[in-house]
Design a protein around this ligand. Sequence first.
Ligand code: BT5
Length: 312
Amino acid sequence: MQETRAQILDALSGEAVSGPALAEELSITRAAVWKHIEALRAAGFEVASTENGYELTAVPDFGGNAVEFGLDAPYEIAYYDSVDSTNERARELADAGEENVVVLTDRQTDAKGRLDRAWESPSGGIWLSILTRPDLPATQAPIVTMATAVATARAVESTGIDAKIKWPNDVLVDGQKVAGILTEMEGEADRISWLVVGVGLNANVEETDLPENANATSLQAHEEPIDRRACTQALLEGVHELLQTPQEVLPAWRKRSSTLDRRVRVDTPQGEITGTATDVVFPGALIVETETGTERVTVGDCEHLRADRGET
Ligand code: BT5
């Protein structure tokens, strides 16, 4: 958001402030204050003119300005009403040298899941990609994905809904997928150049707009209405906070895991592994006890098996 407008919003967050007082505080003219207030109104902020001065009475429901306002994380928001894929936009920003930018949109027309699968993104979801340049070797990138899964689960919890995480990074509500994460990066083995972590969270979307046979759900199906602005802020703040304290990521992940202590079948590039998932270890590998020994799985699609029904 434009710097002076952000300062005006900050100033108005507590109490009403008069035009002259704002002008003095920000070292701008009264006419400039008026122009900025008009621009904020046009952007959806409700600023009342009272006898005590300007008063902020409402913030837009969603959008770049809404999410940036009051956000306690160092990310700039690049908002689109509609975009092909936020990960694609973020990759372009990475190529242009940007960092700490979040591409956010209301709907996507060509969004991606892992392994070239498609991701349905109707209007009303929280579809975003965080572009950072973490000071990590490429091999440790999965910890960023794990942190994002925890932050997404916590953001869901902030709406009053219980969330679990299925390895590696699906967020589930009542056993159904409510969010997915796609991490992409570029760099040398010893250092990541850029990393884009994309999150698709089915917030205010109809379940009927989600793919059939995908066991998908939306937050809206469990609790209404979902405050997308607050939920997005919680998610971004959670990611930022966890990346400062990486040692907290796996304990928080384990606490919400729906995979640990279960029979699983993991489809990996090296073949299928079946056994009991016993732990997750840095930077995000799943430990599976199989009949022939202990396996440490770093990538793959995981299926939970029902112990009581055999491995079908
Ligand atoms: C994922 O892939 O779960 C990662 C999804 C990442 C999407 C975000 S949205 C913002 C950013 N921009 C992008 O272009 N992508 C990221 P995967 O584990 O491969 O799951 C994909 C499968 O989930 C599909 O094959 C469907 O079966 C199912 N699916 C598709 N859309 C879904 C949805 N909205 N909710 C739940 N399941 C869905």
